[in-house]
Design a protein around this ligand. Structure first.
Ligand code: PAF
Length: 285
């Protein structure tokens, strides 16, 4: 496995490859990331190569303390990449990605106004800017992203469409712990009680899905169903949002019509903000 630190080294490596499948990450890799790598390997087949980038992108942090405290586990990240058959790992330097006098960046004006974007100003602009920069550096045919961050995935698809970028975006299913909690580097920051209770988020989402699909719960009752699902929890919890939205446009879905929608939640458990979502099939209502 090749370690690449500079853009010129990356370009030399890229010139020798034909089919490149790219998994951008911020490191602190866990099983969720490795499922992206596995999907990338599958897409790469015999002929293609898989590259993972590890770059903690400063422009997507709305709180400086989150950037400072972002975990760095380079040794184990490299070991995991090696184990999962990654061909190259790219560690761009902040100064290469963001020259000191950089004055051009991206703004997404629609999909980032809701859900996580509503309380994280500038976050998705930072994500768009870095993802496009990384795309330009690596020039892959395919990029893989987790469906767990489904707003991020919708925004990246929109950005690539709007900017006519010729790349295939592959969304990879959320990986869950045995108890259903969606894998995230934030889970390690939960205290013991919150870790034990947090799987209730997914259990509640599954109950909401069943309720809506069986016609026993209306979309307008989804928020109170989530509140009730969390009622017995002893950890300090706070709902940031519970929204029922269209998968692509992220517009709020109000009426049980046809098609699919997504129930998306962000909930603070003992101070740690956890996100999850579930797809609900309204055809069966
Ligand atoms: O999902 C992430 O880890 C980051 O938002 C990404 C896509 C690597 C951009 O920094």
């Amino acid at each position: 496995m090749k370690s690449i630190r500079t853009i010129s080294e990356l370009r030399e490596w890229r010139a020798e490859q034909s089919e490149v499948i790219f998994v951008p990450t911020m490191g602190a890799l866990h099983a969720g990331h490795m499922s992206l790598v596995q999907e990338a390997r599958r897409c790469a087949g015999e002929r293609g190569v898989v590259i993972v980038s590890i770059f903690v992108n400063p422009t997507q942090f709305d709180r400086p303390e989150d950037l400072e405290n972002y975990p760095s586990t380079i040794e184990s990240d490299l070991a995991l990449c090696e184990e999962y058959g990654v061909d190259a790992v790219f560690f761009p330097q902040v100064t290469d990605v963001y020259p000191a006098d950089a004055s051009v960046s991206l703004i997404e004006r629609s999909l980032s106004a809701t859900l996580c974007g509503a309380t994280r100003p500038g976050h998705f602009d930072g994500v768009c800017t870095v993802v496009l920069k990384l795309y330009n550096m690596v020039q892959p045919q395919v990029m893989c992203f987790g469906k767990k961050d489904f707003q991020q995935l919708a925004i990246i698809r929109r950005m690539m469409r709007d900017l006519n970028v010729d790349v295939q975006i592959v969304g990879v299913d959320t990986v869950r712990e045995e108890d259903g909690l969606a894998m995230s580097s934030r889970n390690a920051r939960l205290d013991q009680l919150a870790r034990a209770e947090a799987p209730l988020i997914y259990q509640t989402l599954c109950a909401v899905k069943a309720g809506v699909e069986q016609g026993e719960l209306s979309l307008s009752g989804v928020r109170s169903a989530v509140e009730q699902g969390l009622a017995g929890v002893e950890s300090e919890t706070r709902i940031d949002y519970v929204e029922v939205v269209d998968e692509e446009s992220l517009a709020v879905v109000q009426a049980e019509g046809g098609g699919r929608c997504v129930v998306a939640v962000a909930i603070f458990f003992a101070g740690i903000r956890l996100i999850d979502h579930i797809t609900v099939d309204l055809e069966v209502v």
